[in-house]
Design a protein around this ligand. Structure first.
Ligand code: NAP
Length: 490
């Protein structure tokens, strides 16, 4: 027996819980949220490495309809963000709709009934509408390193941290110098005996200026929601000009200058400074924020190795530059496989075509959210919804509003399924690709996970959060085809 629901949501991170909250606010109670793990949290449940924190200011890092006025720091740490997500479940009474240990194995659109058939590890469902809220950064990218299988010590990816593993006194190699690595390095440096950091490409880093928020500020925001909303709006607005800068890389030189000054202050050693200075335009890769990364690299128990890892020979890590370092712990802070999200292989639309096959090397979606050939399917954090300058939660909110607009439209018209017209999808994607030309992500002289093999940026939105909201939050029926509930008799 399959359980039927109107809306089936996959994933219980910010996007999935946010969808659940808004569905309930809209009076829709006929839904479930399937979660593969045993608790909510998404990336904030999976990333538990030492130092894990958010590089978006705390007060911009919650859903506007479920704000948190009580953040304890200007940039929140992972345990506090996870606790906030757990609190949302209690605050909005979401438990009855959550199904843990339900990993979606396959979701197939049935053209006869206009329903989705979903097989999960915890049971089977049918649904009128399928919402993939399974996240863009969920699958660790593991480097293919010769000798990795035979490494005799402990290997951990940043997103699969073993909290029971004792780091004190260890000799640790960290592979990577991205957003995760620069948080891990200063957190573990005081504990370990030796720390070897393999830097293939130096990142641009700016000061984060993280600090505790005073109890007075917290009380003010708790008691005066309007003041909190105004502060949040200011934080959001103050970041929007960066979207302009990303499209006019010359403006970025000003920020680059600031980063150079901060590097000079933090690293007096000229030789080390030279090795830490990136050769691409700032913003081409994500701009990293830290108050302690460079300081950690200067400590006597830390060695910075220029270049990636060539191979592992037993417990010896061999760098591309030939240096050899014997370690007992290998930390892979090597990022995520964004190009092959598992959900794309598991969702099958019209004609039994999987999303992965429909996309091939060219993932695209209408308004980053819906896909022609995949009726009543909504993909939160789909192509062109990422950001380099603000909170991705703002983008998710616009997508959720789009979904709710579609549900209202189906209610009003009595339609049973809808999908974007290929023409509307094309117009959207071509418009975004036009805007993408000349941006720092494609012209800044770096390789990043934002780009595919051909150098196309299909991950980011090239504008402001406001322009995304204007384009996406409103559902426009003219861009969709709708299937009537009852098929006309022949
Ligand atoms: P990442 O930014 O993709 O960085 C991966 C690092 O590993 C890079 O330095 C990369 O070098 C290196 N690397 C990859 N494969 C390698 C190999 N075979 N040999 C040597 N080095 C290798 O990954 P991430 O740090 O996990 O961050 C991913 C994204 O997660 C971020 O961009 C951000 O969106 C998100 N994140 C956010 C926060 C936050 O504070 N909100 C924190 C962590 C992560 P190259 O640069 O040379 O490729």
């Amino acid at each position: 027996m399959k359980t039927h629901v109107r809306v089936l949501v996959v994933g219980a991170g910010f996007a999935g819980l946010g969808t659940a909250i808004r569905l309930l606010e809209e009076g829709i109670r006929d839904f479930v949220v399937l979660e593969r793990a045993g608790e909510v949290g998404g990336v904030w449940r999976d990333n538990r490495y030492p130092g894990c924190a958010c590089d978006v200011p705390s007060h911009l890092y919650s859903l506007s309809f479920a704000p948190n006025p009580s953040w304890s720091r200007s940039y929140s740490r992972q345990p506090e963000i996870l606790a906030h997500l757990q609190d949302l479940v209690a605050r909005f009474g979401l438990s009855p709709w959550l199904r843990f240990h339900h990993e979606v194995e396959e979701a197939r659109f049935d053209e006869q009934t206009g329903r989705w058939h979903v097989r999960s590890s915890g049971g089977d469902f049918t649904a009128d509408v399928l919402v993939a809220a399974s996240g863009a950064l969920s699958e660790p990218a593991l480097p293919r390193l010769e000798g990795l299988e035979e490494f005799p010590g402990k290997v951990m990816h940043s997103a699969r941290w073993d909290e029971s593993y004792e780091l004190t006194g260890r000799r640790v190699a960290v592979v990577g110098t991205g957003a995760s690595a620069i948080q891990i390095v200063p957190a573990i440096q005081p504990l370990v005996e030796r720390l070897v950091v393999f830097q293939r490409t130096p990142p641009w880093v700016l000061a984060r200026r993280d600090k505790p928020l005073s109890p007075l500020v917290r009380r003010l925001f708790e008691r005066m929601p309007l003041a909190h909303a105004a502060y949040r709006a200011w934080l959001r607005g103050a970041r929007e000009w960066m979207a302009f800068a990303f499209r006019h890389p010359r403006v970025l030189r000003l920020i680059e200058r600031l980063a150079r000054v901060q590097l000079r202050r933090a690293v007096p050693d000229e030789e080390l400074r030279r090795r830490l200075l990136p050769s691409y335009t700032i913003g081409c890769k994500r701009i990293l924020l830290s108050d302690d990364y460079w300081q950690a690299l200067r400590q006597p128990n830390v060695t910075l190795v220029d270049g990636g890892v060539r191979e592992l020979r037993g417990a010896t890590v061999v760098a591309e530059n030939g240096e050899e370092h014997e370690v007992d712990t290998l930390v892979l802070a090597t990022g995520f496989d964004v190009r092959n999200p598992p959900i794309a292989k598991r969702v099958f639309g019209r004609g039994g075509v999987s999303l992965a096959d429909a996309w091939g090397d060219h993932p695209e979606a209408h308004v980053g959210t819906t896909v022609a050939g995949f009726p009543s399917f909504f993909l939160l954090q789909g192509p062109h919804t990422g950001l380099g300058h603000s909170s991705v939660l703002i983008m998710i909110e616009s997508q959720i509003e789009h979904l709710l607009g579609a549900l209202r439209f189906l209610d009003e018209t009595g339609g049973r399924a809808l999908e974007p017209t290929p023409a509307a999808q094309r117009v959207f994607v071509e418009g975004v690709e036009r805007e993408m030309r000349g941006t720092v992500w494609v012209s800044g002289g770096c390789k990043s996970w934002y780009l595919d093999e051909s150098g196309r940026n299909w991950t980011l939105w090239p504008g402001t959060t406001r322009s995304f909201e204007r384009r996406v939050a409103r559902f426009d029926p003219a861009e969709y085809t709708t299937e009537a509930k009852e098929r006309p008799r022949a």
